[in-house]
Design a protein around this ligand. Structure first.
Ligand SMILES: Cc1cc2nc3c(=O)[nH]c(=O)nc-3n(C[C@H](O)[C@H](O)[C@H](O)COP(=O)(O)OP(=O)(O)OC[C@H]3O[C@@H](n4cnc5c(N)ncnc54)[C@H](O)[C@@H]3O)c2cc1C
Length: 359
């Protein structure tokens, strides 16, 4: 049994940043992660200006840069194998997004937190129940640590445990799910030598394909497909499907042929977004994907999780933890999340209009 001021469930970007910011305030924090290594969970890796500004505010950006990151220098629209339109960054910003390998980001956040004796990380520990007192106030968690049941008591439990949040379910907090009409196939391939740091988009049929250059010489491919269509699609011949990618980006022919040879070389993401009316109850609060899952469009989710963590940390003080009114956080953050989710829908619906109609 362990007793701390605050127990944070989930060592993703939101949970790790929050743990660091609270430990720095002399608040004892345990950060619980179900996997046995940070950065194992599949997640987005493009930082926008919001995430960049937060890391710079706490002098963490340079540390991440030392480990490796890559600034996107242009956004290109391609049509039928030809470059059609290029968008360059605002000179004041200097990029159109930054690829940060999640292992680098999380390592920097955890290293920063570990400088404080108030911080404690527990890997291989899966939270499966919440503790409540006789007044219904949440007072900690039950978890399986290396197969053994443990109890952690805390004044506040924070669910930073992602889109399938156990904390949200166990606290019986509402969630409304919205489908967006598409799912996403992901694949990662080595970039050709001459490939420049860029985001490239194409319309194939009426579906979006996006290529994101990654640090260390890779390209992440995101290919929108009809919602729920993958089981049927994968019964069809693979070659005609992948030829469409090669036609859209001829420069990728060799690397695509060498690295994407069957349906198994794609990972399927079930795309949806979610909102929750309530961001917490007495003794429990949610941040990040646990309380507002984003679609991958525009690369906002990771950045929003960092913003939630930064804002929530500003509301918490060592002597007033139990007085935290999560509605104060929710009322500010919900407005911004709603705006971003509306932008995502708008971008999804207007994507095809970026291209001229070829006859
Ligand atoms: C394919 C894809 C591409 C994306 N691209 C981008 C992008 O480029 N830019 C961007 O900003 N966003 C992107 N996103 C969204 C982004 O990945 C998420 O919004 C972000 O990771 C949310 O951070 P989080 O800290 O809230 O939760 P998560 O990153 O989901 O982390 C939650 C953590 O909680 C742990 N956990 C879960 N349950 C338990 C439990 N019961 N006990 C203990 N630990 C638990 C998990 O193992 C995980 O480590 C993308 C998402 C996907 C799926």
């Amino acid at each position: 049994m362990l007793k701390v001021d605050i127990c944070i469930v989930g060592a993703g970007p939101g949970g790790a940043l929050l743990a660091y910011l609270l430990a720095k305030k002399n608040i004892s924090v345990v950060l619980i992660e179900r996997t046995n290594k940070i950065g194992k969970t599949f997640r987005g890796e493009h930082l926008n200006e919001t995430g960049e500004a937060i890391l710079k505010k706490y002098n963490l950006f340079d540390e991440v840069e030392k480990l490796g990151l890559l600034r996107m220098e242009k956004l290109e629209y391609w049509q039928q194998g030809e470059l059609y339109k290029t968008i360059l960054p605002d000179p004041q910003v200097g990029h159109l997004g930054i690829h940060v390998p999640q292992a680098h980001l999380l390592q920097v956040l955890i290293d920063a937190a570990e400088k404080y004796s108030t911080f404690h990380l527990m890997l291989n520990t899966k939270v499966d129940e919440l503790l409540q007192d006789e007044n219904g106030i949440f007072t900690g968690v039950k978890a399986l640590n290396n197969g053994e049941q443990i109890i952690i008591e805390s004044e506040l439990v924070i669910g930073a445990d992602g889109r399938f949040s156990t904390v949200r379910k166990k606290a019986d907090l509402d969630v409304t799910i919205r489908k967006h009409g598409y799912d996403l196939l992901w694949a990662r391939i080595p970039a050709p030598d001459s490939w420049e740091p860029s985001i490239k988009m194409a319309l194939v049929g009426d579906k979006q394909i996006s290529l994101f250059t990654q640090a260390k010489g890779y390209i992440q491919i995101g290919w929108n497909i009809e919602e729920g269509s993958f089981p049927t699609l994968r019964k069809q011949p693979f070659t005609p499907f992948i030829e469409q990618l090669i036609l859209a980006f001829p420069e990728l022919e060799q690397t695509v042929r060498e690295n994407i040879q069957s349906w198994q070389d794609f990972v399927l993401l079930d795309v949806y977004s979610s909102t929750s009316e309530n961001w917490g109850k007495k003794g429990v609060a949610l941040i990040g994907d646990a309380v507002h899952t984003m679609t991958p469009t525009g690369a906002f989710g990771l950045n929003s999780a960092l913003k939630d963590a930064d804002y929530l940390a500003s509301l918490i003080d060592k002597n007033t933890i139990t007085q935290l009114n999560i509605a104060d956080c929710a009322s500010v953050r919900k407005k911004e999340v709603a705006k971003i989710q509306a932008i995502q829908v708008e971008k999804e619906q207007s994507f095809a209009s970026q291209f001229v109609v070829m006859v």
